[in-house]
Design a protein around this ligand. Structure first.
Ligand SMILES: [Zn+2]
Length: 504
C-alpha cells in the first residue's frame, strides 16, 4: 500500500511588544525574578478590565498579511475556558470564530522544489504562566501570563517531516524580518504542535491523527513527526493485513508529548479536549475591532521586504546564484551589510574607472564582484562581525578592500591580513596595504628566488614530490606563501614550483 503523510502545524509565536497583551506590565520577562511583572489584570482579579495592546494587534495584522491572509473587516476576542494552574483567570482571552487573518499561504523551498502550504488562520491571544517543577513541588511564575501570542494554523498540506521543518524555518525568518518576534524556539518564543495522519495516495479522506504537543526545536519537529509516521505505518500495515483495508483497526486519535534524549521520544498523553469543551463565548469586556482599508494599507506599507522577495531581488539585481542569495537572506542584518558593501564597491569602481568604465565593469562583471562580496561575508569574516552591532569594518572600507582583491592589488590571503588590521587599528585598507607591505607581487623576478630557496630548504619533500607524491606540493606552496606573507597567489606559486621541480 502506497501511503502519504498528511501533516498540519499549529504554531504560537510570542510578540516582543514592550507591554503585555491586555495590561501595561512589562512584556520582557527574560531574566526577571518570578512574579515581579504582574498586575491584577494579568493575574485575573475580579473586576479588572483588559485593554488590547495596539502594537500587538498591528503586528498580528502585519504577520497575517505577510502570510498572504485575507484580513476580515471585523475581528473579536473570545474567552476560552479551561482549568489549569497556569491560567489564573480560568479562561484565556483568544479568538474563536473571527480571527485576524484567514486563508493565507506560504511557499517554501524543499530540496530546491517550491511547496505551497495553506494557512487556515492567524489569530492573537494571551500566553499563560509558566509551571516549574522543582524538587517534587510545582511552582508558578505568572510573568509570562498575558504575553501577546500570534497563533498560526496551517492546512494539512505538509507531506513530509522535512517539509514541516522547512516551513517553520521560513516562518521564523519572516517573523524576524518583520521585527515582531525573535521567534527563538529554545526560548519558547516559537512553539509548535504538529499533527500527522496517513492515507493511501490519491485518497482525499482524512484518517485519525496523532498530535504531538510542545515541540521546542526544529530537530524535535522533524524527529517527532518521523516517529509518529512510523507508528502509523505499522497501524496501516496491520489494518491491511488481510489484503483488504479494515478501517476499524486504525486506532483513534492519539496525543503525545515529546522527550528529547530518549530512544523513543513520543510519550502518550491524555486525549485532548475538543473545541466544544472550551465553551468559547465572546469576551464581553472588549468591543469587536473594525479594520479600515486605510489601516490595512498603512500596515502593508510599513511591512519590510520579506525573505522570499529579498532572495529573488538579490538574484535579479546583483546576479547572485540562488544558493548565495539564500544564505545571505538567512540573516536580515547580514543581507543588509551585503547590500551596503556592494553599493560601496560599486561607488568605488565608478570612482576608479570613471563613469563609463564603471558602467561597463558593472554590466560585464557584476556577478563575479557581488559573489566575491557574498563569499567574504559568508565565509571569511568572523560570524560575530556579521550583525549590525558586531560590524568591525564599515561597509565603505570593506567595499574598497574587495575592490583591491577583485583587481588583484592584493591576494585573498593578503586581504585577510588587511581585514584583521582594519579590525585592530581602524585604519583604511589602502593605508594598511602600504604599511604591511601587502601589495601583491606580480613580477616573477620576486617569486623565483623564493621558490628556489624553498626547494633548497626542503630536500626531503622535494625528493618525495619527484617520486610522484604530489600531495607534498601543498606543503611547499604553504612554505612559499609564508615567506611572501601571502603577497602572491597560491596558483602562481603552484605553477612556479611545478616548473622548478618537474616530477619524474
Ligand atoms: Zn499585568
Amino acid at each position: 500500500m502506497n501511503l502519504e503523510a498528511v501533516i498540519g502545524l499549529e504554531i504560537h509565536i510570542q510578540l516582543k511588544t514592550k507591554s503585555k497583551m491586555f495590561c501595561r506590565c512589562n512584556n520582557m520577562s527574560e531574566g526577571a525574578a518570578p512574579n515581579t511583572l504582574i498586575c491584577p489584570i494579568c493575574t485575573g482579579h475580579p473586576g479588572t478590565l483588559p485593554l488590547p495592546n495596539k502594537q500587538a494587534i498591528r503586528w498580528a495584522v502585519m504577520a497575517a498579511q505577510a502570510l498572504g491572509c485575507t484580513i476580515p473587516e471585523h475581528t473579536k476576542f473570545d474567552r476560552k475556558h479551561y482549568t489549569y494552574p497556569d491560567l489564573p483567570k480560568g479562561y484565556q482571552i483568544s479568538q474563536y470564530d473571527e480571527p485576524i487573518g484567514v486563508r493565507g499561504a506560504l511557499t517554501v523551498q524543499v530540496d530546491a522544489q517550491p511547496r505551497t502550504i495553506g494557512i487556515t488562520r492567524v489569530h492573537v491571544e494571551e500566553d499563560v504562566g509558566k509551571l516549574l517543577h522543582v524538587g517534587g513541588q510545582t511552582l508558578i511564575d505568572y510573568n509570562r501570563a498575558g504575553t501577546p501570542l500570534v497563533e498560526i494554523v496551517t492546512e494539512p498540506d505538509i507531506r513530509t517531516p522535512a517539509e514541516a521543518k522547512a516551513f517553520l524555518q521560513e516562518l521564523r525568518l519572516i517573523m524576524r524580518f518583520l521585527g515582531v518576534s525573535n521567534a527563538d524556539m529554545e526560548k519558547g518564543e516559537l512553539r509548535c504542535d504538529a499533527n500527522i495522519s496517513l492515507r493511501p495516495k490519491g485518497d482525499k479522506n482524512l484518517y485519525s491523527k496523532s498530535e504531538i504537543k510542545n515541540l521546542n526545536s526544529f530537530r524535535a519537529v522533524e524527529r517527532a513527526l518521523g516517529y509518529a509516521q512510523v507508528f502509523q505505518e505499522n497501524w496501516w500495515k496491520n489494518a491491511f493485513k488481510s489484503g483488504k483495508l479494515k478501517k476499524e483497526l486504525i486506532p483513534s486519535p492519539r496525543t503525545y508529548g515529546y522527550r528529547e534524549d530518549t530512544d523513543s521520544p513520543l510519550v502518550e498523553q491524555r486525549d485532548k479536549e475538543t473545541s466544544a469543551d472550551y465553551r468559547y463565548f465572546p469576551e464581553p469586556d472588549i468591543p469587536p475591532l473594525h479594520f479600515t482599508p486605510e489601516f490595512l494599507s498603512k500596515v502593508r506599507a510599513e511591512t519590510p521586504e520579506l525573505p522570499s522577495a529579498k532572495r529573488h531581488r538579490f538574484v535579479e539585481m546583483y546576479g547572485l546564484p540562488i544558493d548565495l542569495s539564500s544564505r545571505l537572506v538567512e540573516d536580515r542584518e547580514l543581507a543588509a551589510y551585503f547590500e551596503e558593501v556592494v553599493t560601496e564597491l560599486r561607488t568605488y569602481a565608478d570612482g576608479e574607472l570613471g563613469r563609463e568604465g564603471g558602467e561597463t565593469f558593472w554590466r560585464d562583471r557584476k556577478p563575479e564582484a557581488t559573489s566575491l562580496a557574498a563569499n567574504w561575508l559568508l565565509n571569511r569574516i568572523p560570524v560575530e562581525h556579521r550583525t549590525a552591532q558586531g560590524r568591525s569594518v564599515p561597509p565603505a572600507d570593506l567595499g574598497r578592500l574587495l575592490w583591491m582583491v577583485f583587481h588583484g592589488t592584493v591576494t585573498t590571503a593578503g586581504a585577510m591580513q588587511v581585514y584583521e588590521g582594519m579590525v585592530r587599528t581602524r585604519k583604511g585598507p589602502h593605508a594598511l596595504v602600504q604599511e604591511l607591505g601587502l601589495e601583491r607581487l606580480r613580477d616573477a623576478a620576486w617569486l623565483d628566488p623564493i621558490v628556489a630557496q624553498v626547494i633548497n630548504d626542503n630536500p626531503e619533500q622535494v625528493k618525495q614530490y619527484r617520486r610522484g607524491k604530489t600531495a607534498v606540493l601543498q606543503f611547499l606552496i604553504g612554505q612559499v606563501m609564508r615567506k611572501t606573507k601571502g603577497r602572491v597567489d597560491a596558483e602562481a606559486v603552484r605553477q612556479a614550483l611545478e616548473q622548478a621541480m618537474p616530477a619524474e
